[in-house]
Design a protein around this ligand. Structure first.
Ligand code: ZN
Ligand code: ZN
Length: 413
């Protein structure tokens, strides 16, 4: 193996009061990452380009050298969830969410409080799949509040979803739902929007009266009474092919992306969310992911030139404004996964790149356009360094856009 690319989701952050003005990465004790940093270079990455606020899919698509129009989130997630797609099938990413009611359409929580158990999501999905529509469709819950939705047939993807938050260049956070709308004059785009809106309305009727939600209300939990959709796609992704790469992955997006990029995917079953503690589930997931990545790297490093490792959990404390949790997760990754990398990479002459797909500053509770730090371990250049946003700013690797990262560090396809 020549190189490992590690993406720590949403790791970038801004100075935080709760951490005495440090970022979670800066405040975290990360002796193993710092060991790698001291024997390499630091730099800053604009995951797509300066000024752009990336979603995870946009960032990884860019980092692997593609243009943003080469794929859609819906297609990547549906493929990652194992749904068979033919051309013209409309694939969407879905969140179970909470609204007050359909008429006023105020979004109370975009993830139904992040407390939806796997069992509940599956029960809701069974009822949603019985909705009557003029076309066939598949609704498939994936992990926690996430799901994917596919309408079968010849649809258009020139539509905007119903969550105004996910529109690039938004001026303020909008907390209202809206109808799904066509973005061109094509008849099929109008037809597609109508079908999607019909489904969303019927879904609301099914969800709001659902026994699962009645039970949740009794327990003082947010009702998963609405579906937020985004990332519409009808075309198969046309991504650059990375056939010498292996991807140990577990989230539908990363699995779908890796498959569509020609990588060999190794996946494990994510722990189910059994009770209300979403963070307990996140830690279980992170623990399993670190262990699994180590196991796969040991097993396959002689067979593949590169590996793409993506750890998802660190994004969530950013969205929930939990800087301490974020710091703790980074420390956990350092003392497990990077402790292994520190011993594994040098004797095998493996180069390592560590970065993030975007910043998710705790105080913004959302992704931001801020650049993320990059660590490039190439066993050179011994100089004490702390891997953090501050030192990365002055790093010798310099600044780059997503599209330039792999060529800058010499990772090939
Ligand atoms: Zn992300
Ligand atoms: Zn995020």
């Amino acid at each position: 193996m020549k190189g490992i690319l590690v993406i720590i989701d949403g790791m970038g952050d801004l100075p935080n009061k709760q951490l005495n003005g440090k970022t979670p990465l800066e405040a975290a004790e990360t002796p193993n990452l710092d060991f790698l940093a001291a024997r390499g270079e630091l730099g800053l990455l604009y995951p797509v380009k300066p000024g752009f606020i990336p979603e995870s899919d946009e960032a990884i698509v860019s980092i692997f050298g593609n243009s943003l129009i080469a794929s859609s989130r819906g297609q990547l997630e549906a493929r990652g969830a194992g749904i068979k797609l033919t051309r013209g099938d409309l694939a969407l990413r879905v969140n179970f969410a909470t609204i007050d009611d359909l008429k006023s359409g105020n979004i109370i929580d975009r993830r139904a409080g992040r407390t939806l158990t796997t069992e509940e999501a599956e029960a809701l999905a069974r009822s949603l799949n019985k909705i009557e529509l003029p076309c066939k469709f598949v609704f498939e819950p994936t992990i926690q509040h996430r799901a994917t939705l596919v309408f079968k047939g010849g649809f258009s993807d020139s539509i905007l979803g119903n969550d105004a938050t996910y529109i690039q260049g938004k001026s303020s956070v909008q907390n209202k739902i809206r109808l799904c709308k066509p973005t061109d004059d094509d008849e099929n785009s109008q037809y597609t929007s109508n079908i999607v809106n019909e489904f969303l309305e019927k879904a609301y009727e099914v969800l709001k009266e659902h026994p699962v939600n009645k039970e949740r209300k009794k327990r003082g939990l947010l009702s998963a009474n609405y579906l937020l959709i985004r990332g519409a796609g009808v075309e198969a992704p046309k991504l650059k092919q990375y056939r010498k790469w292996a991807s140990p992955s577990y989230m539908p997006l990363e699995m779908g992306f890796s498959q569509a990029s020609g990588m060999s995917v190794f996946s494990f079953e994510y722990p189910v969310l059994k009770d209300l503690d979403a963070y307990k589930n996140l830690y279980e997931g992170l623990k399993k992911a670190c262990k699994f990545n180590i196991k796969i790297l040991k097993r396959i490093y002689k067979k593949y030139d590169y590996a793409y490792v993506h750890l998802k959990e660190t994004d969530l404390p950013g969205h929930d404004n939990k800087p301490l949790e974020k710091k703790e997760m980074i420390e956990y990754i350092d003392k497990t996964f990077f402790k292994f990398i520190r011993k594994f990479a040098p004797p095998n002459k493996i180069k390592v790149v560590v970065t993030a797909d975007h910043s998710t500053p705790c105080k913004l509770k959302d992704h931001s356009a801020d650049p993320v730090p990059v660590l490039f371990y190439n066993n050179s250049n011994l100089k004490e360094k702390k891997f953090c946003e501050k030192e990365a700013k002055f790093g010798t690797l310099g600044r780059m856009n997503g599209n330039d990262l792999l060529s800058k560090v010499g990772f090939t396809r």
